[in-house]
Write a protein that binds this ligand. Structure first.
Ligand code: HEC
Length: 215
């Protein structure tokens, strides 16, 4: 979150002072790689450290270089690539078990970078999950919710449970960047943070008429 903000400010300042497209690209790339190096240095390797996420894939590189504003052609390329990564549960049923979904959205153990918990690795009991409340209000029962993402309270009640909505909700959770090229929402299924079945469980939590989200 910080990085795009810094780089977008830098880009603006560089455009103001430099004038030519070549100068902008060169300065921007230099500053960008300095930031990458600083970020990488702040996560030293060691027990419990997962540093694999410091390496950007093609989509992330493009979003960084464009300060999250890709051209229309680039946006279409990103969305096509991200869409192609979406996989479905073996059952083919995209509406899983909403009770399991409720636990998964609450779990704060979505993919983390660096030391995962202060406890030694062997003692960690978090399991995986989506940490959705970090960014979204979802169940009206949960008062501690972030607002980087829109409120999902009453999500199924307002949108219904047509096949299209189920499909959209599943796909969006699996890979948010199939719909918004440089979304701030993590690509949960794509990055293996949660499994395809768990995406279906969360889809049911958002859509099921029995779920507390829709009371
Ligand atoms: C780091 C913040 C962040 C996290 C964590 C996050 N989201 Fe999002 N989410 C967003 C943002 C920002 C948007 C709006 C931009 C977009 O559509 O990509 C969004 C959009 C959505 C949408 C589309 C909403 C609509 O109106 O169509 C759904 C559904 C959604 N999120 C579900 C989830 C679920 C379920 C989780 C947990 C598994 C989750 N999000 C975790 C940031 C987040």
């Amino acid at each position: 979150m910080m990085k795009p903000m810094i780089t977008s400010l830098t880009l603006t300042l560089t455009i103001m002072s430099a004038g030519t497209a070549f100068a902008v690209d060169k300065d921007f790339t230099q500053i960008n790689s300095k930031i990458d190096a600083m970020v990488a240095k702040s996560f030293p390797a060691g027990e419990g450290q997962d540093l694999s996420r410091l390496k950007q894939d093609e989509t992330q590189k493009k979003c960084s270089v464009r300060a999250n504003k890709p051209t229309a052609t680039e946006a279409a390329e990103i969305m096509a690539r991200e869409r192609a990564s979406i996989k479905y549960p073996e059952s083919g049923n995209l509406m899983g078990d909403w009770k399991k979904g409720e636990k998964l959205v609450k779990s704060g153990f979505g993919m983390r970078i660096g030391v995962i918990e202060p406890d030694p690795v062997a003692k960690q009991k978090g399991g995986n999950g989506g940490n959705c409340y970090a960014c979204h209000a979802i169940s009206p029962k949960e008062v501690a919710a972030g607002n980087i993402g829109n409120s999902l309270v009453g999500y199924g009640k307002t949108r219904g449970t047509s096949a299209e909505i189920i499909q959209y909700t599943y796909d969006k959770i699996y890979n948010a960047q199939a719909f918004m090229p440089c979304s701030n929402m993590p690509r949960f299924g794509h990055n293996g943070i949660i499994t395809a079945q768990q995406v279906a469980d969360i889809t049911a939590f958002l859509l099921s008429p029995e779920s507390p989200v829709n009371q």
